[in-house]
Design a protein around this ligand. Structure first.
Ligand SMILES: *Cc1c(COP(=O)(O)O)cnc(C)c1O
Length: 393
């Protein structure tokens, strides 16, 4: 079946009592059983009958099943945020005395999770330049729990060579974990590039118009301890499983995901090309531009689309703030891949808690504005950006 068909039609394991065409929202904390034996079987995992909605729920399981069919993942776990998905993945793989090899160019809360939260529990994080294979190979030792990367870093927009990293991790039998939030799994196969475990924020493209928070872990089955810890320990102990109302909305989002994504990515490319010609904009950073240093690699890895996030550099922080204040159509908001376009100044918001020197080390600059491109007509977005740039000069 073609992917576009799969995004709207997925076979249901158990048919609904009334033949509902949308999986109903099962707002029930617990589930009844016909016998003690049936209950025991469900609790130890011999059957997949739901027991308690902290660890299993039919509406969430249906969402997970649809993601599995689209992505080819062996197991899918849905959480109530992207950060919960990332946290539980690292809780499953790491332990006190172990280390994680990654880049300092990561989503801000992921950096904090690694250095602060996991750091307090004795997990060391080794920040290296993931573009430098030798540095990665040297950072790995017998206590390395995983190598963690983001496919296109936010807001630096760097792209690592995933296959080259995976040849290193495969040799050492270490899981390669990728945060693939920026480009959906309907567009490229992370597994084919050598990724073992995919994590992503479904708050972004999948929720469909930014209705709800959510996160996903896509397990390709190469490291069975992930499934064991998730299924029989972390869902129970951390309690951050997705809720049924959210799963219902995100299932609807999934049906239009690929269509919406393609339109947004095309809008971003068209806009980036046109903004390059605006003299007041010092630089436009978007990997879809053919003169971008990561363009060829990104094209080979992600199948020809480049996400819907771009950044523009203005003269300085003052100009960046004035530009944001002068926007009339684009919303001043965080988040990515809403249907509406959004603008934010990353250095003073998402990275506001970091010291100036830390921001410089992460290459988060004061004159950069991040734009998440939505479903509006490109002409209106271009006009809004140009009028705001001119008004701020
Ligand atoms: C937003 C985001 C996250 C966190 O997801 P939440 O759903 O907000 O918890 C993680 N990684 C990346 C790349 C993101 O953009």
């Amino acid at each position: 079946m073609e992917k576009q068909t799969k995004t709207v039609r997925t076979s249901q394991k158990i048919s609904d009592a009334y033949g509902a065409l949308n999986m109903p929202v099962y707002n029930s904390a617990a589930y009844g059983f016909p016998s003690a034996k049936a209950m025991a079987d469900a609790f130890v995992g011999r059957t997949d009958s739901p027991t308690y909605s902290r660890v299993s729920n039919p509406t969430v399981a249906y969402f997970e099943e649809r993601v599995a069919q689209l992505s080819g993942a062996k197991h899918v776990f849905a959480f109530n945020s992207g950060m919960a998905a990332i946290s539980c993945t690292l809780f499953a793989l790491a332990a006190s005395g172990k280390n994680i090899v990654t880049s300092a160019h990561l989503f801000g809360n992921t950096v904090s999770l690694l250095t602060n939260t996991l750091g307090r529990f004795g997990v060391e994080t080794r920040f290296v330049d993931l573009l430098d294979s030798e540095a990665v190979a040297n950072a790995i030792d017998d206590n390395t729990a995983c190598v963690f990367l983001e496919i296109i870093t936010n807001p630096q927009l760097e792209v690592v060579d995933i296959q080259s990293l995976s040849s290193i991790t495969k040799k050492r039998n270490i899981p390669l974990v990728a945060d693939t939030t920026i480009i959906p799994f309907t567009q490229f196969s992370a597994e084919a590039l050598g990724v073992d475990i995919e994590v992503l924020s479904s708050t972004k493209y999948i929720s469909g118009g930014a209705t709800t928070l959510g996160g996903l872990v896509l397990d390709y089955g190469n490291f069975p301890q992930l499934y064991r810890y998730m299924k029989f320990e972390l869902l129970y102990n951390i309690g951050s499983y997705m809720t049924p109302q959210v799963a219902f909305m995100q299932t609807l989002g999934l049906e239009t995901l690929d269509m919406r994504y393609r339109t947004q990515a095309n809008n971003a490319l068209e806009l980036a090309r046109r903004l390059k010609q605006v003299p007041e904009i010092i630089d436009v950073n978007y990997v879809g531009l053919s003169d971008n240093v990561f363009h060829t690699l990104a094209k080979a890895q992600f199948g020809g689309t480049f996400g819907a996030m771009l950044t523009i550099d203005l003269e300085d922080k003052q100009h960046a703030f004035a530009f944001i204040d002068n926007l009339k159509l684009i919303s001043r908001a965080t988040n990515l891949f809403d249907s509406k376009s959004l603008a934010i100044h990353p250095a003073s918001t998402i990275f506001g808690a970091f010291a100036g020197s830390q921001r410089r080390a992460m290459n988060v600059r004061d004159n950069t504005v991040r734009l998440s491109i939505g479903l509006e007509d490109v002409k209106d977005l271009y006009d809004d950006i140009v009028q705001a740039v001119k008004a701020s000069n």
